[in-house]
Design a protein. Structure first.
Length: 299
């Protein structure tokens, strides 16, 4: 057996045979050494790639922090729930550090609707950069399995078998869609960022051709960069009288150490968001870390 030249021993010696017929044991040993050397090289390249990703991500957000800091004092900041406009000094300022190399996170508590929103630097990146940022995140990071809470949010809609329900932001780590379909429910997942785990998960709302009876999510609502627009989009998908259930621990100011959490619906803000988008809050479940707000479409 003759090995190609790119298989090298760690010290750089080629394993290619040039003359004679090696014994089978020598062949096996040479192949094993070459595979081990290749694995060492791949491991090194993987570590180097991760280092480059971390360097790029940290550098990008650090540069934005510097640019953003220079304009903060004079910036007019708009609440993404009630649209209150004011300078930084008119808000309570909350800070954290992003665990995903996203630098300093400065958020604002609105004095009118109570929500906490930001960081502004993340709210202002364009959709193409947002998509890249999420795709890079989910290429290495997976959320924990929260199927139990997702199913609980679904059942809070008092669902019927037959009508269509959408698991919004279904991810690739839960088995909710499969489990509920196995129970006989007509469930589809919608996931624009992570890889779709099955044929019942779509990446575009255009693929939703059937009338939707209800929408539910878990650990998703805190990711909305423009909650008002998102709720108006939900309204366009739903008929009057239908409901949504959005579960999240971020109805309190928790899990603030990631830039991907852009809104925390504290205090009056769920009702304000609902009233601005044609919904009303019909129930709120506060059961330790499981919190679930249920909205009904009015018009």
């Amino acid at each position: 057996m003759r090995l190609p030249n790119f298989f090298k021993h760690p010290m750089g010696t080629a394993t290619t045979q040039t003359s004679g017929s090696p014994a089978p044991a020598d062949q096996d040993s040479g192949l094993a050494d070459s595979i081990a050397a290749l694995k060492t090289r791949v491991d090194f390249l993987e570590k180097q790639l991760l280092l480059l990703e971390n360097h790029h991500t940290r550098g990008f957000w650090h540069a934005l922090d510097i640019a953003h800091e220079a304009t903060l004092a004079s910036q007019i900041i708009n609440c993404i729930i009630c649209d209150h406009a004011g300078t930084r000094s008119s808000y309570e300022v909350l800070t954290a550090t992003c665990q995903f190399n996203g630098g300093r996170l400065e958020r604002y508590r609105c004095p009118f609707c109570d929500c906490v929103f930001g960081a502004e630097k993340f709210l202002r990146i364009d959709d193409a950069m947002l998509d890249l940022d999420y795709r890079l995140l989910y290429s290495r990071y997976a959320e924990g399995n929260t199927t139990e809470n997702e199913v609980r949010a679904f059942r809070s809609l008092n669902p019927q078998k037959g009508p269509l329900y959408i698991n919004w932001g279904s991810g690739a780590w839960n088995t909710t869609v499969k489990d509920l379909r196995d129970e006989g429910y007509n469930i589809w997942g919608f996931e624009p960022s992570a890889e779709a785990p099955d044929e019942y998960t779509v990446r575009n709302t255009i693929e939703m051709t059937q009338t939707i009876e209800g929408i539910f999510s878990n650990n998703v609502i805190e990711h909305f960069r423009d909650p008002v627009k998102q709720f108006l989009d939900f309204s366009a998908l739903l008929a009057p009288g239908t409901r949504m259930a959005h579960a999240s621990p971020c109805y309190e100011y928790l899990y603030e150490y990631t830039r991907f959490h852009t809104v925390f619906l504290l205090g009056r803000s769920p009702e304000v968001l609902a009233s601005r988008t044609g919904f009303r809050v019909v129930d709120f479940v506060n059961d330790g870390p499981y919190k679930n707000c249920i909205f009904e479409k009015l018009r």
